[in-house]
Design a protein around this ligand. Structure first.
Ligand code: F6R
Length: 248
C-alpha cells in the first residue's frame, strides 16, 4: 500500500487539501461536477481549514462541488452540537460557496423503518453523480473507516450500524459521558468507500500508531475493517511521523 509520511499533520493536511483543490479545478475546466466523500472528526480539520483559506484567499470555488459525508450518529438532530451536520457547517460549509443542495449527510432524524430506503437512496445519489472522485478517511482505534466497525463486510453498503464500545468511549468527551453517545450510526459501507476513484486515509498522532500498523501490515480481516484498504489499487495512507512510528 502506498504510504506517505510527513513531518507533521499540518504539512500532510496542506497536501491533501491541494489534491482536493486540484480535482475541483480539473472538473471546473471541463464544466463537470467534483464529487467529494468527506469525513468528520479531529483528523480532517486542517484539511478543511486549508480549503477555506484557498476559497477566501485564492478564489477556489465550490460551486461545482457535490459532497457526501461518510456518516452521522443515529439518532441525531442536525441542530445538536455533536451532529456531523454542525461539525461540517462549522469546519467547512459555512465558509465556502458550495450550494446548500449539493451537501449530503446521512439523516439521523429518520424513523427506524425509513432508514433502509434512505440508505438505498444515498447509494443511488452517489452513483447518479458518477461516483465519488475522492474519499477522505480517518481511522478509528477499532480499525473502523466511516463507522464500519469490526465485523463489517467488504461489500457492505450504506446502512445502520452499532458503534463499538471503544468508539463510544473515544467520543465520550464530546457528549459529556459515554452513556450519552448514541449506540448507532448511519454510515457508508466499505463497498461504498471502495467505489471511490481515489481514497486517502489520514492519521496523525501516536495514539493511532498501533491501529495504523495493523491496517497497513496486518492480515486482511473483518476484525480490522481498514485492512480491506490493502486490496484497493487507488488508496494512499497519509501519515504524520508519530502515526507512522510503528511501521516496519
Ligand atoms: C468520521 C468517521 C470516523 C473517523 C474516525 C477517526 O466521519 O467516519 O471513521 O474518521 O473515528 O476520528 P478522529 O479523526 O476524531 O480521530
Amino acid at each position: 500500500v502506498p504510504v506517505k509520511v510527513y513531518p507533521d499533520q499540518d504539512a500532510a493536511s496542506l497536501d491533501v487539501a491541494r489534491r482536493i483543490a486540484s480535482i475541483i479545478k480539473e472538473k471546473q475546466e471541463k464544466g463537470e461536477t467534483a464529487v467529494l466523500g468527506l469525513a468528520t472528526g479531529a483528523t480532517p480539520i486542517k484539511v478543511y481549514k486549508e480549503l477555506v483559506r484557498l476559497h477566501k484567499e485564492e478564489g477556489l470555488s465550490f460551486k461545482n462541488v457535490v459532497t457526501f459525508n461518510l456518516d452521522e450518529y443515529y439518532p441525531m438532530q442536525p441542530t445538536a452540537d455533536q451532529s456531523y451536520v454542525q461539525f461540517m457547517n462549522k469546519q467547512l460549509f459555512d465558509h465556502i460557496d458550495i450550494p446548500h443542495e449539493n451537501i449530503h449527510i446521512p439523516d439521523g432524524t429518520l424513523a427506524l423503518e425509513e432508514v433502509p430506503a434512505f440508505c438505498e437512496g444515498y447509494e443511488q445519489k452517489i452513483s447518479s453523480f458518477g461516483g465519488l472522485d475522492i474519499q477522505v478517511l480517518g481511522i478509528g482505534r477499532t480499525g473502523h473507516i466511516g463507522f464500519n466497525e469490526p465485523g463489517s463486510a467488504p461489500n457492505s453498503g450504506t446502512r445502520l450500524v452499532t458503534l463499538d464500545d471503544l468508539t463510544r468511549r473515544d467520543a465520550s468527551r464530546d457528549f459529556g459521558g459515554k452513556e450519552n453517545v448514541p449506540t448507532k450510526a448511519i454510515t457508508m459501507g466499505v463497498g461504498t468507500i471502495f467505489k471511490a476513484k481515489e481514497i486517502i486515509l489520514m492519521a496523525w498522532n501516536e495514539k493511532k500508531a498501533e491501529i495504523v500498523k495493523k491496517a497497513i501490515e496486518g492480515e486482511i480481516s473483518s476484525d480490522i475493517p481498514a485492512t480491506y484498504l490493502q486490496l484497493s489499487d487507488h488508496v494512499e495512507f497519509v501519515l504524520d511521523q508519530d502515526a507512522a512510528s510503528l511501521l516496519t
